[in-house]
Ligand binder design. Structure first.
Ligand code: MN
Length: 521
């Protein structure tokens, strides 16, 4: 991307003052990277400009765009953070610094497989930066996306390495942030490099299938459009095609039989209000036979990353199976852009909003993992030992939602046990957990919770943490709390023994004295 192109793109969104700042940043970065080249042979500055261009496509706020332009200057040039701070302000400098740390920590992260203890310092800095400002990850995602787009210039070995890391870390991060569109782009590119043979094979299968199903869907679509118009619902309808990588993942689940996949192509209906979503669902079910097990209400029960929509799969009179996704424009925007939508260029909402200490249940459930990030960073800074497996669980496990009896929603890593939930709510509640009722019936301490479970904790004052509890939890949060409590209990225990021993000695000396007194008498 060239200077002129980026500025033209930016002029559609930002004010004159902001454009002036952008020009300044471009000049600063161009000067700093002067003489450097990309593997493609182009001058280096094309890369940060392209990254900024991607961030403009995502309609991010101006600070993020500036940081995008400057993101490689600290790592790769003589520019200093102080210079950036004095020219562009504290926020931009913080973002550039954060992105630089992500880059440095990556050497230690490598999908955390080659994770080494000496890198915890970088890793904790990275986590602190990310947990204080999520925009750091958003810039990193744009950076990664552009690097994937220009991956063909790298050696095959590098291609595979970067592709794998993209799937393992960045695709999942994008998913965690609800950035569906970005996740898909990262996954498609990465998968095409990681397994080009399988990618092309599946793409061909998909092409053949789609030819057929487009015709079938066309007829259904016309029927549905007509009906919705008659019902006076204003709507948009379009087809969405499954991505190659998600087809690949799904095929693995259904043992490779493509006939078991009903949503290669789905019809997406977008309407104005939540009520309209349910009306459309009702209308579809009155027209066609729904498959009961495939009706999903992600509006009242959103996915753990915040995704909302109604899904249903129906069978037409001609025995065609069609999936529908129904959502409002707002839900659609979130499904595509996720958390990035919170940093829209025209509302300068501070990202700090997400980091202020509040009760976890008051954060939007899809953001609760950010407070976990802060905690892990804290543990690393305190040199508490966290194993690679533990980090994987805390940061990269899929997430589930669990409800308290009051209806508060908590976000936990998949595989969490009841005690993990108890400690997430409150340390004192965890400490005295005596029994758990899940969806109304008593559940054993060692049985993992499932998405959507309602968990009631029964406490007893007399219950105290036991050593075995360390094996009945999977989150580092619960484990570190239990470890602390065990330590305290042992020291309290030791003190009690000491007091008791002293008492016995005192009593004994008294009797001894009395005895000797008696003897004297
Ligand atoms: Mn870069």
């Amino acid at each position: 991307m060239k200077r002129r192109e980026l500025l033209d793109l930016a002029k559609q969104l930002y004010t004159e003052d902001e454009i002036f700042e952008l020009e300044l940043a471009i000049d600063f970065a161009t000067h700093a990277h002067y003489g450097q080249k990309r593997k493609s042979g182009e001058s280096y500055i094309t890369h940060p400009l392209a990254v900024a261009g991607i961030l403009i496509d995502w309609a991010m706020d101006i600070d993020t765009i500036l940081a995008g332009v400057l993101h490689d200057t600290i790592e790769d040039t003589d520019a200093t953070l102080d210079e950036i701070e004095s020219l562009f302000g504290h926020d931009v400098a913080f973002l550039v610094d954060g992105v630089t740390k992500v880059g440095r920590a990556r050497a230690g992260m490598k999908n955390l497989e080659n994770y080494l203890p000496q890198t915890t310092d970088n890793l904790s800095k990275l986590l602190v930066a990310v947990s204080q400002d999520v925009r750091v990850i958003i810039i990193k995602l744009a950076d990664r996306l552009h690097n994937l787009r220009t991956l063909k210039y790298m050696s095959e070995e590098k291609q595979k390495k970067i592709a794998k890391e993209s799937l393992d870390v960045f695709g999942r991060m994008a998913d965690r942030l609800g950035m569906g569109q970005v996740r898909m782009q990262i996954e498609e590119l990465a998968f095409s490099y990681l397994d080009p043979h399988e990618f092309n094979h599946l793409r061909n299968i998909m092409k053949k299938r789609l030819g057929k199903s487009t015709r079938k869907l066309g007829a259904v679509r016309i029927e549905v459009e007509k009906r919705l118009k008659n019902e006076n619902i204003s709507f948009e309808i379009n087809g969405r095609v499954k991505s190659i990588y998600s087809l690949y993942k799904k095929l693995k689940k259904v043992n490779g039989n493509i006939d078991d996949i009903y949503d290669l192509m789905a019809l997406r209906i977008i309407v104005n209000t939540n009520e309209d979503c349910y009306r459309v669902l009702g209308i579809l079910h009155s027209m066609y036979q729904p498959m009961i097990a495939r009706i999903k209400d992600y509006i009242s029960v959103p996915k753990p990353n915040g995704y909302q929509s109604l899904h249903t799969t129906v069978i037409t009179p001609n025995k065609h199976i069609v999936e529908f996704q129904i959502r409002t424009y707002e839900m659609h925007e979130y499904a595509e852009r996720g958390l990035a939508a919170s940093f829209h260029y025209h509302d300068q909402k501070s990202s700090k909003d997400y980091t202020r200490k509040r009760k976890i249940s008051q954060l939007p459930p899809q953001l609760q993992w950010i407070t976990r990030l802060q905690e892990i960073a804290q543990q690393l800074t305190n040199n508490e030992e966290i194993s690679r497996e533990q980090l994987n669980i805390d940061l990269f496990n899929d997430r589930i939602f669990v409800y308290s009896p009051k209806g508060d929603i908590y976000n936990l890593p998949e595989g969490s046990l009841p005690l993990d939930f108890a400690y997430l709510i409150h340390t004192d509640i965890g400490k005295h957990a005596y029994a758990f009722k899940v969806n109304g019936s008593i559940q054993a301490f060692d049985k993992p919770l499932a998405n959507g479970d309602m968990v009631e904790i029964i406490t007893r004052k007399t219950t105290i943490p036991k050593k075995e509890w360390l094996d009945l939890t999977i989150t580092s949060h619960a484990r570190s709390k239990i470890r602390n409590q065990l330590k305290r209990n042992t020291s309290v225990g030791a003190l009690e023994t000491l007091v008791r021993t002293n008492e016995i000695i005192r009593r004994k000396t008294k009797t001894d004295r009395n005895e000797s007194k008696n003897a004297c008498n």
